[in-house]
Ligand binder design. Structure first.
Ligand SMILES: C[S@@+](CC[C@H](N)C(=O)[O-])C[C@H]1O[C@@H](n2cnc3c(N)ncnc32)[C@H](O)[C@@H]1O
Length: 261
């Protein structure tokens, strides 16, 4: 069992995770592109890193990993809802997905308490899926009659036909999935050719940014899994753009397009 994932069920560690959310959102929010020292492209010159990129290995027991996060969300869905509503910076990050969503058919995977969904549900034909029952209930209450078809289920077994969505939205969730390839494979499967995956998640900054690196290490301590997205998008047949939108370069907006064959 991965130690970090187990720790989130400890009340003190659970509080620590929320402090981490708050720190990332409040402290780093205004400094989305600030880096110290400035201007070193780590992809072009990897040796110039001050901290090594230490990508996570996938946990051996996927079910145990998922269960622990699920228990955590069941306990804290209400707090999560209040935090998302109260933190302007968090909402600002999520809203940056909006201009990239194209319809008519949109799927949001892991919508949490539904803040982002509520911003666009009226404009498209929207489906949403989340694993956690309390999150689904909270989002349904938040969305009221907005018309989105919400259900409970896993990113690794999406109950939708191949090539059936123009956009798949996925925010602040991918690093909490224990099997990145299976999750990305499923989200790609349901995308139409040339459809796009709009993803927001934490990862290492593309240029040297020790505050950004430090935040990524904090996320990893909380149980998140940080992957090499270059490799994953390429192997899923997705061409992508990567924009850093916060967290000293550690919060990324990925716009990934399914390559038409
Ligand atoms: C950190 S929350 C993000 C919620 C929201 N997207 C946001 O940006 O605020 C992660 C969400 O992923 C969901 N989740 C975790 N594992 C999942 C899985 N295997 N399939 C679908 N959703 C999952 C959780 O229930 C939770 O709602």
């Amino acid at each position: 069992m991965p130690r970090q994932a187990a720790d989130i069920l400890n009340p003190a560690a659970g509080c620590g995770l929320f402090i981490q959310y708050l720190t990332t959102a409040i402290v780093s929010g205004p400094f989305r592109r600030c880096r110290l020292p400035l201007g070193v492209d780590t992809k072009a010159s990897p040796k110039s890193w001050t901290m090594a990129r230490d990508y996570s290995t996938e946990p051996e027991d996927h079910d145990a990993f998922t269960r622990r996060f699920d228990v955590f969300y069941s306990r804290f869905a209400g707090v999560y809802d209040v935090l998302v509503k109260a933190l302007p910076v968090w909402k600002d990050w999520l809203r940056q997905a909006l201009p990239h969503i194209v319809g008519p058919r949109v799927l949001e995977v892991s919508f949490g308490t539904g803040y982002l969904l509520s911003q666009y549900a009226a404009r498209y034909e929207v489906c949403g899926i989340d694993l956690n029952q309390r999150m689904v209930r909270t989002a349904s209450a938040n969305l009221d009659n907005a018309g989105a078809a919400l259900c409970q289920g896993s990113v690794t077994a999406l109950p939708y036909r191949d090539a059936s969505f123009d956009t798949v939205v996925n925010t602040m969730a991918f690093s909490g999935y224990p099997d990145a390839r299976a999750a990305l494979g499923e989200m790609t499967r349901v995308l139409k050719p040339d459809g796009r995956l709009v993803m927001i998640d934490v990862n290492y900054p593309n240029e040297v940014s020790w505050p950004g690196d430090l935040l990524v290490e904090c996320w990893k301590k909380g149980g998140d899994l940080i992957r090499d997205m270059d490799v994953l998008f390429e192997s899923a047949g997705l061409a992508y753009q990567d924009e850093e939108i916060g967290g000293f370069g550690s919060v990324h907006l990925y716009i990934a397009t399914r390559k038409a064959h």
